[in-house]
Each structure stands twice: as structure tokens, then as C-alpha cells.
Design a protein around this ligand. Structure first.
Ligand code: PMP
Length: 432
């Protein structure tokens, strides 16, 4: 196949390729990535950019890591995919064993899904089916707090924030769920009166609610806000008291990003169901998983339909499974906690300057996540220009300029990312 020159490629892209949350034909000119290695993306016309996004939380070990490359090569020599129905294989079984070992206590059974959104679909289906199986089909709604984000497929969209969120277009079409206020913003911002609101809402709606679903501690795409882990304990107690299941969506927060392997670890709380994705394969391939307790699995088994009716074509993909095993082993063999802490300290340092920029509302860092919130929306094209001028790739959205670098980012590059975040904030607020 002849190689495309840059203009041809961009023209075809603009006319035919639908980008996330993008119009057709495209109106923005995307950068063209030629290759990626370590923490750097090689971008046509711009040279190397330090990646501040880990490809949306996933590339925790950076790109082209020799250990993950080797795992991929080894598995390719055996099989890249076989169907999972009626067949199983070692990569999937080894992966599930690792996930069960490393996850919060009590999570014993694993459904291997093919994307984060699907793992949330499966989680919600598990919860509905659990109550149906126990003869309580009226428990069919979900309760969540506002400002959340759980994916773009149908049922996950219904538990995203219906106002101000990304899926407002579908109000009235999606299943109506129960929303409570979002917790006060801040990792240390525990407010007993808010906790009481949570307890009351769960008690009041328990008769119709199958499960509470939340992103623990970090609300990602819904606003990059941090919450006190203590609310997770409040949810656990209230759910236990009122016969409601608890689902944690750890798709963004899992695998160390917040400073604990899973964000639930900040509270020492186990959910009944947990979703993971993104960094599961170190960002190499699309794969996610839904874990549940024996209680949930046994409940489903007791039903009239005693199976979980879900089975994606690429379920348990051996190549993704083998890479996920290697990624988890690599993570756990290192001082990942130290590395995440180091990056967090570097970001805190570098972002401290953002406080001085007029128009900056808030600066927050948790684990290896840094966020600068502005008093206005960011113009994406101008933001990209400002970041690229600093040699960094960032993807701000709405009023947020944020970063979650790969854990292998060295101090110098963390500082550079921090400078770029400040430069984007300054450009967006007219101080650049
Ligand atoms: N839940 C959370 C918390 C997420 O951050 C995301 C992805 N941004 C999803 C679910 C959906 O995952 P995916 O994009 O892999 O479908």
C-alpha cells in the first residue's frame, strides 16, 4: 500500500474518520502521530512531544515498553485470538487470577469485557439480574451522585450526569436513574451533613434501587474532581443496611493512579462489583473487566435464567490478556507507589505557579494526577498550540487543563508537563 503524504492523510481523516465527540466532516486538524516510545509521541511536523495524558490514563508504563512488547511477541507466536465460548486459555486464566489477587477483598469472579463502557454495562446488568433472580425485579434503578462519567454506551450514559454532563442530549430517552448531589470537592473535604444526605437517599430509594454506582475518590471525565474517601465507607454502610449493591467504577483510577492500587484502597472498602479498564493492558489493547463477589454470582445463579447473558466476540482476547498479565507483573514488581508519589510531588511543584495566573480557580493534585481548573472554557486549538510549543501533549476539556503522565516519566519531563499545563492555562485566560 502506498504511504499517504500528510495532506492526503489529513484530508481523508477529515472527510471520513469520526473522532471522539467530533463533528463530521471534522473541523479540527488533529496532529498525526508517527510513532511512540517511552513517554514521547513522535508527531508529524512537531518532532517529539512528552505525553501528559498516558493516552487517557492507559499507558502507565509508557509506549513500546520492552517487557510488554516481548509479552505481545510471545503471545502472537501462539495465538492472537480465539473465541471464548466453549474454549478457555492460559492467558485469560492467569489474568483473572492476578485481578482477583490484587483487587479489594471479596471480589472473586471476573467477566472479561472489551472496553470500559462494556464493563460498566456488564456491572449494571449483573446488579439488575441479581435482584431479579432473588425475586425483586422492582429493584431496577441505579443511584449515583451528579457529575459522574461511566462511558458512552447506553446504560452507562444513564448514570452519567444528566445536566452539564456529556449525554444531556438523551434526557428522556435513557432510563431515569436517581441522582444525589455530588460530594463536596476535595480529598480532605468530608462533610457529615452531606454523608447524611447520602444515607437518607439510599434509605428512601432502597426499595427501587439495585445498586449505587460511583467513581471512587476521583471523578474523571465528569470534572476531574477529588472526593473524600470517607464517603465510600458511608456508601458501603448504607448499602449494607438497606440491601443495595455497591459498584465502584475504577476504570480511570485503577492500577495505582491515585496512590493506591485501586482508589477504594484509600477507604479500605470493598464494593460488590468493580469495573477496571484503561491501564489494564498498559494501554496496549482494548480490554476491561468486571469483578464481583460470590454473593452476586450466587444470586444470579439462583435465578430463572441462571447465566449472565453477555458474551462479546473478543472476550478474553489472549493477546490482550497476555499483555495485561505482563503489565500487572511489571507494575507490581516496581515501587509503583514511590513513582506515583514522585510524579505527584513534581506536579505539585510545577503547578504551584498556576495559582498566580489570574482566572485559575483551583489547582489540585492527587497521586499522579494534576488538574488546573479555570474560570472559563478552554479553546482546544489554542490550548494544543500552547502545549505543543512547550513540547508536550495535553488534551484539556471544558474549563480543565489536566495531566496524568505515564509512571515512567522522569522528573525533568514531569516539570516540563507542569510548565505546559501552566502555559495552556495562561493562554486560555489571556495571560499567555
Ligand atoms: N468509566 C470511567 C470512569 C471512565 O473514565 C471511562 C473512560 N473515560 C469509562 C468508564 C469508559 O471506558 P471506555 O472509554 O473504555 O469505554
Amino acid at each position: 500500500m502506498p504511504e499517504l503524504n500528510l495532506d492526503e492523510l489529513l484530508d481523508l481523516d477529515r472527510r471520513h474518520v469520526w473522532h471522539p465527540y467530533g463533528p463530521m466532516p471534522g473541523t479540527q486538524r488533529p496532529l498525526v502521530v508517527e510513532s511512540a516510545a517511552g513517554v514521547r509521541l513522535r508527531v508529524a511536523g512537531h518532532g517529539e512531544l512528552v505525553d501528559g495524558m498516558s493516552s487517557w490514563w492507559s499507558a502507565i508504563h509508557g509506549y513500546g515498553h520492552p517487557v510488554l512488547d516481548e509479552a505481545a511477541r510471545g503471545q502472537l507466536g501462539r495465538m492472537s485470538h480465539v473465541m471464548f465460548g466453549g474454549l478457555t486459555h492460559e492467558p485469560a486464566v492467569r489474568l483473572v487470577e492476578r485481578l482477583v489477587d490484587m483487587s479489594p477483598e471479596g471480589l472473586e469472579h471476573v467477566f472479561l469485557a472489551d472496553s470500559g463502557s462494556v464493563s460498566v454495562e456488564v456491572a449494571l446488568k449483573m446488579c439488575l439480574q441479581y435482584w431479579r433472580s432473588l425475586g425483586r425485579p422492582e429493584k431496577r434503578r441505579m443511584l449515583t451522585w451528579r457529575g459522574g462519567y461511566h462511558g458512552d454506551t447506553w446504560q452507562p450514559m444513564s448514570v452519567c450526569d444528566p445536566e452539564g454532563g456529556m449525554h444531556g442530549l438523551w434526557a428522556g430517552v435513557l432510563q431515569e436513574q436517581i441522582f444525589v448531589d455530588e460530594p463536596p470537592s476535595g480529598f480532605d473535604a468530608y462533610d457529615e451533613s452531606y454523608a447524611e444526605q447520602l444515607r437518607e437517599a439510599i434509605a428512601r430509594h432502597a426499595h427501587e434501587v439495585a445498586a449505587v454506582i460511583v467513581e471512587p475518590v476521583v471523578q474523571g471525565a465528569g470534572g476531574m474532581r477529588f472526593h473524600s474517601p470517607a464517603y465510600l465507607r458511608v456508601l458501603r454502610e448504607a448499602c449494607d443496611a438497606h440491601d443495595v449493591l455497591l459498584v465502584f467504577d475504577e476504570i480511570a483510577t485503577g492500577f495505582g493512579r491515585t496512590g493506591e492500587l485501586f482508589a477504594a484502597g484509600h477507604a479500605g472498602v470493598s464494593p460488590d462489583v468493580m469495573c477496571v479498564g484503561k491501564a489494564l493492558t498498559g494501554g496496549y489493547l482494548t480490554m476491561a473487566a468486571t469483578l464481583c463477589t460470590a454473593r452476586v454470582a450466587e444470586g444470579i445463579s439462583r435465578g430463572e435464567v441462571p447465566v449472565l447473558a453477555h458474551g462479546p466476540t473478543f472476550m478474553g482476547n489472549p493477546l490482550a490478556s497476555a499483555i495485561a498479565c505482563a503489565s500487572i507483573d511489571l507494575l507490581l514488581s516496581q515501587d509503583w507507589r514511590g513513582e506515583v508519589k514522585r510524579i505527584g510531588a513534581g506536579l505539585s511543584d510545577a503547578l504551584s505557579e498556576a495559582h498566580e495566573i489570574p482566572g485559575v480557580r483551583d489547582v489540585r493534585v492527587l497521586g499522579a494526577i494534576g488538574v488546573v481548573q479555570l474560570d472559563r472554557e478552554v479553546d482546544m486549538a489554542a490550548a494544543t498550540r500552547a502545549a505543543v510549543a512547550e513540547g508536550v501533549w495535553l488534551r484539556p476539556f471544558r474549563d480543565l487543563v489536566y495531566t496524568m503522565p505515564p509512571y515512567v516519566t522522569n522528573d525533568e519531563d514531569v516539570a516540563r508537563i507542569g510548565r505546559a499545563v501552566c502555559a495552556v492555562a495562561a493562554a486560555a485566560t489571556g495571560k499567555g
